[in-house]
Write a protein that binds this ligand. Sequence first.
Ligand code: LLP
Length: 432
Amino acid sequence: MDHFSYRNGELFCEDVAVERIADSLGTPLYVYSKATLLAHYRQLADAFAPVKPLICYSVKTNGNINVLRVLAGAGAGFDVVSGGELFRAQAAGGDPDKCVYAGVGKTDAEIRQAVAAGIGLFNVESEAELSNVDAIARQMGKGIRGALRINPDVDPHTHAHITTGKKETKFGIDLDRAGGVFRAFAKVQAADGAPGMHLTGVHIHIGSQITEVEPYVEAVRKVLALIDELRRDGLTMDWLDLGGGFGINYENRHALPASAFAAALLPMLLASKLQIAIEPGRYIAGNAGLLMANVLYLKAGGTKKFVIVDAGMNDLIRPMLYDAFHFIWPTRPGAKFIPPADRTDVSGMAGLETVDVVGPICESGDFFAHARAIPPVQRGQRLAIFSAGAYSFAMSSQYNARPRPAEVLVDGATFRVIRKRETYDDLIALEK
Ligand code: LLP
């Protein structure tokens, strides 16, 4: 599953004891495993190999250019949703031709930037955007490939804030209207090779942290029916971008391996003869990282016990935003408290204490866990907050004037700082 394991009573990332990293760099601290990033990427590549997919790692998940470099080196393209993400992808050596660009609100400047870079696929989210992108490409004298993001109206059974393929969300074009949009655009579409948009693909992205195959099957079935219809009408359709959303284990064993998603989808995808793209983020990076924090104080509240740590919601906001579960455990728990290798059920372990793990920020939402059973800890001990490789540093802020943590990439027996800890000077660097 990943390359974090307890050996001789302490937590290792690959072959490095994480305590050693924190001893030299302090906490809070993000630690990522290169081998895990690559293993998860390969799981997806192997599972979907029969359709030779373009795998576009979703930059928003964890966009550190060193993480992107690792994945670009393995052959990944990138899913970007802003000019800044395209900039990051290129800075990491990513090939723009292997990049897909989604987002409901692309600005003219961002569209020009992407056209100039030679982006592989524009995932267009509205009729208004379609005509704007087409007009800009014509002005620039460039031909570009496009897909229409379709909202298939399926429920991926995940948190409401990360559900994106239902009718009431802002994403994509309603399935019922999409055929009309393709047909109308086909009449004005530039000839092959001429400047302007060549709209020959469909994009879907139905949500995130999805742990069932049925929503994908339903969405794919719906859009393939549309593609068949359009092909019968003589339109060229050659791309299907399935988006991301493949869930991971945070708390339990409910997540599915990439092979399960692939097994359910491959027969349909192969029959369609379309070029397939996928946009995984969390599946690759989620369990490839953790956040280390130092225990500052233990405190008896009115009704609860609090473990107060030096990381806060500014460093990792997922528990507050999505009620997300992150497994938390001391990095040196002692021989009695070695958790199971898959870090799931610890309920049978004797001697645990039920605590709230909270940060120093002035908000009640500043927590990492409520009523969580963990081994007894003391001031000065370090905790690992697991599954923090995705949407963790990426969503961090300087709230409460807290410099962001450093990020470290472990590779075998070595580690390297891939982003320096911010300083107080960084806090005011852009202020006049
Ligand atoms: N493609 C598109 C168009 C997306 O919007 C996203 C994520 C992905 C791909 C990658 O999805 P993934 O494979 O990682 O599920 N901040 C939230 C997650 C937001 C996801 C946004 N879109 C969280 O922390 O759970």
